[in-house]
Design a protein around this ligand. Sequence first.
Ligand code: GLC
Length: 792
Amino acid sequence: MKYGYFDSINKEYVITKPNTPSAWVNYLGSPEYGAIISNNATGYSFAKSGAKGRIIRHRFNTLSNDAPGRYIYIKDNSSGEYWSGSWAPCCKNTEKYKSECRHGTGYTVISSEYNGISTKTEYFVPLEKEYEIWQCTVKNETETEKNISVFGVCEFVNHNSALDDQIDLQCSLFLTRTKFSGNFIHQMHNYYDKNDPKERFFGLADADVSAYCGDRDSFLGEYRSYANPKGVEQGLNGNLNFNMNSCGALQSDIILQPGQAKVFTFVLGQQIEENAKKILDRYKNSSVAKEELNQLKSVWHKRFEGLTVETPDEDFNNMVNVWNAYNCYMTFIWSRAASFVYCGLRNGFGYRDTVQDIQGIIHLTPELARERIEFMLSAQTVKGAGLPLVKFNHKAGFENTPDEASYVEETGHPSYRADDALWLFPTVYKYVCESGNIEFLDKQILFADKNITASVYDHLKKAIEFSVSKLGKNGLPVNILTDWNDSFKLGENGESSFVAFQLIYGAKLMLEFAKQKNDTEYIKYLENLIKDITEKTNIFWDTDRYARGVHEDGRIIGKRSDKEASMWLNPQSWAVISGCADKFKAKKAMDSVERELATEYGAQLMAPCYHGIYGENNGSWYNVCTKENGGIFSQPQGWLILAETMLGNGNRAYKYWKSACPAAYNERAEQRVLEPYVHGQFIEGSESPFAGRAHVHWLTGTASTVMVSSVEGVLGIKPTINGLVIDPCVPNSWNRFKINKVFRNKKLFISVENPNGVQHGVKEIFVNGKKINGNVIEEKMLKSENEVLIKM
Ligand code: GLC
């Protein structure tokens, strides 16, 4: 079933059927003020931290009729009938109630029409502001006068800590009280700090408040819910909260003449009373918020201009031009901190996740990426390892590490992980090549745990040093606690093929940097290392596949003859990406993936899944074909697509791309359940009774891996130190397509012609009408605007 469509002109996803199979959400705001909003206006807000800065409440694992949100209610005072500006919570019969939700870039617009009254509520966080706006335009669409009341309602938290607010009720219920202050409800808190206020407000800036309520339970009434609140049915009663739970509920009574519209600008935030007043004054004139929304849209749309495509596949265009890109920015901004699944308690950046997330935005905004790269390098210890969790208030030079009990206790991470710092290589490499800023390698950056600096280049050397200091019995990198796979245990000294391939790949990228620096001794060292580790990985090769690792007890995991887990996805794709597999092995390995792992929804992480009990023979505690136990883990689909393009298999790469593409499930969205415009963490595999159902929306490394594979793999846009290589690998049905790309501040309008329908291979490249030698478009060949013709 279809619930909506992509509006590529406005860069919006439009939900036309409100009873979506799960809450389909959007993100508003910035790291200073974040907000999550669903197509039915449920969701929560927080200042700075999802864990510690909660403003309005969300009950996790909530039932849809018990979800607090950003609600607008309309009541027709002549009949007493009321409904909500979003379909839920009142859930009027959709035969009569019309609604539409437009999720855009940093804003959401929810419209409704019922009983001759239309509403259109624009939700957004203005740029660089620390509060949110819900601007609702209510219009009388009939020929007769309407006497109505408009309500805006939110449920404040009591405690800024998400966890304490939900469970430490003996304390949290007794911290706050509300007050009415002219045009806003102010939730006071006995904790006062001007710079970090815990006080919250909800106000109406440009209309009169006729009645208010600051006490949640008297707003809802006994044994009721947001679907039928007493406060709307009977009018707000002026009650305020002292102890227990507060809310912000404001009512504005108005007569609307035929065709007349009135704007109601509600503002919500975490501010002391004095500041709340000033903020509300700013929005007295309704056009101020309108202007701010336009600015927000144009800033967001500009962020996508770094790369846009026009291919024969609309899904590809929608994802690459807007939704996958937007998804990448969101993982970049929010890491895994806050969604309807991540409850915000991970109070920091996971090292591997974040370093990979950066890759998804480098081709669009390299300088934004650089700032975060520097931050992540400053979270590398002098040993060369990454801190598994980098706190939001990370203080480079002064951090504890997993070697210290205090870090372990605070973060819950008992040790380093084998792969964390190795992700730096492709990320730094992509940034340097995209920007041309080779001097970046000389930039001095602090280490996490010692107040000393080293150049980026030396930080990278340290990362190699760390891996090389942790080699096992077979001379291959040990798994320590885990590698990329959080639930895969080989014992501390077991050796991981994935990490071995990562090390080889990292060393190869580093070799390019070392050559730039004429670092002759290190070049020799790296060449030997690459040769040595590559040879040693042969112990993993078994007929037509690479194994996943060697357990510290000597067992090889992922042998062809194993009854379970005999075939793993990542070792095959990474053997190709790292260039470790020769032509013969690469072909065999990738054919095995197609034969044994591919499903119509993507390739499973491994097969057959573990059916036994966790702990026995490396089983898994997850259900079969779920998550790391042979689920179709979404992030590795990006590596799979990339590997196939590296082998020139455009048709196969595209087939995998399409299976992993959320938009491709738009017409059968009830099966995928998650939003058709963003990636999720995994999809249930073939043995699940719900094969094809996706989970853990939005915040996933999938955004960046699929983006990288779409751009570098399928489109073949590959920045190198010397210039731009364009080497598409596409389905042979693509006869022509266009790419607009900004490269080192120069605009390239690229047309690709593929008259013979090949999958791969560039015959000729013309830059501004001139045929070039070789396949690298050097920066010096470029003017500020350039026509590029590629003939395949
Ligand atoms: C989750 C984690 C990520 C990990 C992956 C596989 O996506 O966020 O760090 O690599 O699972 O276990």
